[in-house]
Design a protein. Structure first.
Length: 173
């Protein structure tokens, strides 16, 4: 944030946060500095409306939700794989904001100077981060919350004929 970032991609997460107040302070600081934070939802097939996933935009002790935070799930292709959400993606009607491409994304690989195809929400979040950066580049007058709104209003909303989550789930994406 202090180096001028306007978009921060976070492709990490876990089911616990022992020092959540420190993370909340950093996220609040980013919000105060007009930075959009984009977080990968995770790859455990969890409904994160009922199972905690960190970091998240809900501030400890206040239940205030940060306005500069987007959680990104991984989408599959319902014509090929069934549900719109990739089978491994975390999902939730309230706590996952949107879904983006995630399968066979050409990316860097661990080990240095290696490239290959990867799957997961750590591929989805950078896709959204890149689009957000392009929006901010073309429209620098927009603030983080307005860029988030543009992204949220630009997504494909499936109709009832498209299965959104895996069979047996009671939630919708």
């Amino acid at each position: 944030v202090d180096n001028g970032a306007k978009i921060i991609n976070m492709s990490f997460g876990k089911s616990y946060s022992p020092e959540k107040h420190w993370v909340d302070d950093a996220l609040r600081y980013a919000e105060d500095k007009d930075v959009l934070v984009i977080h990968a939802a995770g790859n455990e097939s969890w409904d994160v409306d009922v199972r905690e996933n960190f970091p998240n935009p809900i501030l400890l002790n206040s239940q205030k939700k940060l306005n500069n935070f987007l959680t990104v799930g991984a989408n599959g292709d319902p014509r090929l794989t069934g549900p719109l959400a990739a089978e491994f993606s975390n999902y939730g009607q309230n706590n996952v904001d949107l879904f983006a491409p995630c399968v066979k994304i050409y990316s860097t690989l661990p080990g240095g100077n290696k490239y290959g195809k990867e799957n997961g929400t750590s591929m989805s979040a950078p896709v959204v981060s890149g689009v957000a950066a392009m929006i901010r580049g073309y429209f620098p007058e927009l603030n983080a919350q307005e860029v988030k709104q543009v992204l949220m209003q630009s997504v494909f909303t499936p109709d009832s004929t498209i299965e959104t989550v895996k069979p047996g789930s009671y939630d919708k994406v």
